[in-house]
Write a protein that binds this ligand. Sequence first.
Ligand code: ZN
Length: 424
Amino acid sequence: MNPGFRTLLIEGLRKFAAEGYRSESDLQEWMQRLQAALEIELPSDEESKAALARILESVYARDMRTGIAKRVPGVSRYTLSRVAPHLRAELDRRVWAGADLIKLRKRAATQQSLQRFAGWTTSVPPGGFPRIPKDDLRDVAREIGMPVATLKYERRRLAIDQGHKLSAAVAHVVAEGEGAIAGIWHDRGESDHSYDARPEHLARSGKFFLVRDSWAIEQGLIKRGSAKYTDEITEPAFEVYCSCWYEWVTTPHDLPEDMLTAKGRAWISGVRLDSVPTAAQIEAGNYPKKHLRMYGLDISIETKAGETRSGIGPDGRAWSVVLPADYGYIRGTVGSDKEHIDCYVGPNADAPKVWVVDQLDAETRKYDEQKVLLGFNSRSQALETYENGFSDGKGHLRIGQVHEFTAEDFRRTIKDEPKAILSA
Ligand SMILES: [Zn+2]
């Protein structure tokens, strides 16, 4: 506590101890003087808000540097930049909410101290306590000043708490952007046994909580069993001073086996249920080997760059080509050939643009199907890869219209209205 308020407080206590309580107007005047002293000494609402904003900004910066990669493993820079405006909104919201709480606490603490002062002074009998020792008065002053003296610590705890809430909210927004399907609850008490954990939170530690209506549930890959949904329990950091957090899970690969359906287990092992690979496909390597998430889309790679893909062409002749880039299909889509939409995946997982080629028959120049070119840095890089995907040197004759999308437009279109891609 600042000497100004404290000096005035001791002076007031001494006066009332010497003279006793005489009139309400006398008390009111002292309370006003003490309140004015506190207003000067305590940080203004604006100062408190600015200090909180600085702390939360640094929490946010730390989350962006390292924290988010721990909470949403494998998060892409693309997702981070796509959801950035929402993240800033979370930061602003925590600053406003925290500043309002600090303002309320400051008012309440000021009132409490003044009430304690009034309570003590009005109980001093006429004639006062002429013999009260100085030390006793100091103890009384400390007791009266306690609510405002603890404000400083409250502000610090509140900033820490808002920081936890901010980190949880930021991770949640990013996880949604990555198509998270579950969260693993973590409590600091797991590893820090001196931490005063909430028993019910510690009991959640290490457990999987499913995201309701996730794409993995919609596709029938996971089963609920005894697991709860994330919306059935309080969120981490929701309760006061809770520092729990979710490690978000974005792919069924990271779920325990018993949470997968038969379809989910098949999905994991990379086999399409609707087309179990034939011996010839296995021989040629034309079956899913790898899954990746790009722009929140789920992609299966059937043939990796440098591997050979072969088949029989419409002319009845065998063809074989060493692929210039990873080749596969986008899950959850149906292309114009009634199969998944095929795609090449280039080197840049965060490429800002996507190109879709309307593929034509090289001889008749009639429309055949689309090929999506993901992960390329330029149209020319994408089309060069496309042309190199044919061994007959006629790749360029198969290029019909080429549609350019921003990654975000492509993601939205293919998720919300895949037909728009088909009719493009
Ligand atoms: Zn907790």
